[in-house]
Design a protein around this ligand. Structure first.
Ligand code: ADP
Ligand code: MG
Length: 243
């Protein structure tokens, strides 16, 4: 399981994350919600290794993560996606996933790309099928519509066969039907035993999807519980339920 203890991240005088503790168990789907600037993406960057911590501890299955590089964390099964999808626009959809698979193993993306071949192709196609992208396999990533790009980034994160998946606004900007289908996939991944932590603004992607919800406000956890439980919180009602 993921254990976050008293996580603190300051940027100069900005207290982006200010003493946050929570856990996510294998097979659990947990939503991290909160207004813009609450510190959600910063939490992800601290867990996945893009930012060094100002203070606190992060452990995954008992292994302390805070001193490991993002690549080392990936080898321990920790993968993330970004709020703004990061894919290789010069490659096709299939090549992006093949590259992510190779990189997960070799950690050397450039030399690995030279060895893109049939070996990873079948596995990459299976992942594209799972994420609903197979029909777009040979399209350039550059030409993808927004929703497909978000799916591709998810497929690339899955290519590393993560045990802990961090999804930063996976459904942001998607139309309702597309959002529902993506969230079904996210839920399914947790059902397969992955620990899933995702951020979200739309309560349709939280209610009925998240087993548990963490509410982050100004760098601190303001509420935690099932969607029903956090819906009783006055601040949550004001922020999300228009009261
Ligand atoms: P959220 O994802 O919840 O919208 P962020 O984690 O992106 O919030 O940001 C939390 C706070 O930290 C904001 O005030 C933001 O401006 C600040 N912040 C985030 N990243 C940086 C950075 N690299 N340098 C300086 N300030 C940052
Ligand atoms: Mg964010």
């Amino acid at each position: 399981m993921l254990q976050v203890r008293q996580l603190v991240k300051h940027f100069g005088g900005i207290h982006a994350v200010d003493g946050v503790s929570f856990e996510v168990a294998a097979g659990e789907c947990v939503a991290l919600i909160g207004p813009n600037g609450a510190g959600k993406s910063t939490c992800f960057a601290c867990i996945a290794g893009q930012y060094p911590l100002t203070g606190g501890h992060i452990a995954w299955n008992g292994q302390a993560l805070e001193k490991l590089s993002p690549a080392a964390r990936l080898r321990h099964g920790v993968a993330r996606t970004f709020q703004v999808a990061q894919v290789f626009e010069a490659l096709t959809v299939l090549q992006n996933v093949q590259l992510a698979m190779q990189a997960g193993i070799a950690q050397k993306a450039i030399s690995a790309f030279k060895r893109l071949d049939g070996q990873s192709r079948e596995a990459a196609q299976a992942l594209l099928e799972e994420t609903g992208l197979l029909a777009l396999a040979h399209d350039d990533a550059l030409s993808l519509p927004y929703g497909a790009k978000k799916r591709l980034e998810l497929a690339m994160a899955l290519a590393a066969r993560p045990r802990l998946l961090l999804l930063d606004e996976p459904a942001a900007g998607l139309a309702e039907a597309e959002r529902a289908s993506l969230m079904r996939l996210v839920k399914q991944l947790a059902g397969q035993g992955m620990a899933v932590l995702y951020t979200e603004h739309n309560m349709d992607a939280v209610a009925g999807v998240a087993d548990r919800v963490l509410v982050l406000i100004e760098g601190r956890l303001a509420a935690e519980g099932s969607f029903k439980e956090i819906s009783r919180d006055a601040e949550v009602r004001r922020l999300y339920l228009g009261e």
